[in-house]
Design a protein around this ligand. Structure first.
Ligand SMILES: [Zn+2]
Length: 183
């Protein structure tokens, strides 16, 4: 399919809660574009709103790492349980060049649907659990920047300002989205 530009920090499409998927027939084409775009950008996960699609959908592929899970798509996901705690450095394709240490649960139980609409419930750990939590944040309009304390953000002040200024605003109607202002 095709590589789509990744939506960057500062764009209102990354600041809203994504819509629940109801029509599963549109997903294969979207997912195909998401994989192309994620591999091009060398990411291990991508949320639909990172390519401007307002749907509760994300993909993960950590197959190149030590953890051997295959690539997978997650629709209408919800974390229904968690345990442990781990601090880990996270980057984000939508906030290039910026990394923050973020504390999150080490294991999560996820309820989700696959592309065929079937319901699933599964526990994830390690990098997989980390990536899932990062993508679910995206679908809730939250970025790694929103986890960082002011001192950590200060380190990237000029970089964040630059990304924000270059973020493209394609949908002017979304600029006044649900009042979400994230510094
Ligand atoms: Zn991200």
């Amino acid at each position: 399919m095709s590589v789509v530009d990744i939506v960057k920090y500062g764009d209102p499409r990354l600041q809203k809660v994504c819509e629940t998927v109801k029509d599963f027939s549109v997903l294969p084409d979207i997912v195909s574009n998401m994989y192309d775009s994620m591999y091009e950008a060398e990411g291990i996960g991508l949320a639909a709103n990172q390519i401007g699609i307002d749907l509760n959908l994300f993909i993960i592929d950590i197959a190149h790492t030590d953890e051997t899970d295959e690539s997978a798509e997650f629709v209408n996901s919800k974390i229904i349980g968690s345990r442990g705690e781990l601090t880990f450095t996270e980057g984000c394709l939508s906030v290039p060049g910026v990394e923050f240490e973020i504390k999150r649960p080490e294991f999560i139980i996820l309820q989700y649907q696959k592309l065929d609409g079937t319901m699933h419930e599964k526990e994830f750990g390690g990098l997989y659990a980390r990536a899932i939590q990062h993508e679910i944040d995206h679908l809730n309009g939250k970025l790694i920047v929103d986890h960082a304390n002011s001192l950590a953000k200060l380190r990237y002040k000029s970089q964040l300002k630059e990304i924000k200024e270059n973020a493209s605003y394609h949908y002017s109607d979304l600029i006044n989205n649900n009042g979400a202002t994230r510094f």
